[in-house]
Design a protein around this ligand. Structure first.
Ligand code: 5RP
Length: 231
């Protein structure tokens, strides 16, 4: 199976978890888009949900196109289940997310959810987090000074490469919240919990892509089907 077939299979397996009346957090990225499509297909077959809560403007647009009713995070009285992709899945279902620049809204929705399921292709499984550059969302004001302070934190964690401002077509990428993303080439993150805390303490850092102790279950596409992984 190609990576995309694996993502599709994982998205379909996650859509099978949705039950009548649920409020469902809708993740961002190509794998989450497969989930949103599979959810919409189930709804066309008769499943009724209360609403989807999108984690990005792009997911909101896709869900609207497919006729999925939406609520904002503040409108939702609860979120029963959130399904979202990941850039890396490490030990204990620790994750790196944010490759699609949606990490802040994703984390807000995950933290408000009763159950979080990560869906991915098998290439996302790693023994140590850090090969995928860690996204760090920062406010635009004074961001180069913030980046210097991020470098100090990274050096304390034996990571010597400065984080790089994410750009597209020669311009900085803006998140849905109007912030910037710095991507840190960590190579190997030996103490993700400490790094997560240290980054959050930097003024100007809004959040980072380490999702720790948030994921209840992963559904990972493989050559033979979809593997269910628990923390
Ligand atoms: C977006 C994310 C995505 O879930 C992550 O980048 C995985 O993307 P894809 O499913 O396209 O591989 O965190 O911010």
């Amino acid at each position: 199976m190609s990576a995309d077939d694996q993502k599709k299979a994982a998205g379909e397996a996650a859509a099978a978890l949705v039950e009548t009346g649920m409020v469902v957090g809708l993740g961002t990225g190509s794998t989450a888009a497969w989930f949103v499509r599979a959810l919409s297909a189930r709804m066309k077959d008769g499943l009724t949900i209360t609403a989807g809560v999108p984690t990005s403007e792009s997911t909101a647009a896709l869900a609207r196109e497919l006729g999925i009713p939406l609520q904002t995070l503040d409108e939702a009285r609860r979120i029963d289940l959130t399904v979202d992709g990941a850039d890396e899945i490490g030990p204990g279902l620790s994750l790196i997310k944010g490759g699609g620049a949606a990490l802040l809204r994703e984390k807000l929705v995950w933290e408000a959810s009763n159950r979080c399921v990560c869906i991915a292709d098998a290439a996302k499984l790693v023994e140590t987090l850090g090969k995928f550059h860690l996204p760090i969302e920062v406010v635009a004001f004074g961001h180069r000074k913030t980046a210097n302070r991020i470098l100090d934190v990274l050096m304390d964690h034996d990571i010597e490469m400065p984080a790089r401002l994410r750009q597209k077509d020669g311009a900085p990428v803006l998140t849905d919240g109007g912030n910037l993303i710095y991507d840190a080439n960590c190579v190997a993150i030996h103490n993700p919990a400490q790094l997560a805390d240290d980054l959050k303490r930097v003024t100007g850092v809004v959040d980072h892509g380490l999702f720790l102790d948030l994921c209840d279950e992963a559904l990972v596409g493989s050559e033979s089907g979809v593997d269910r992984i628990l923390p």
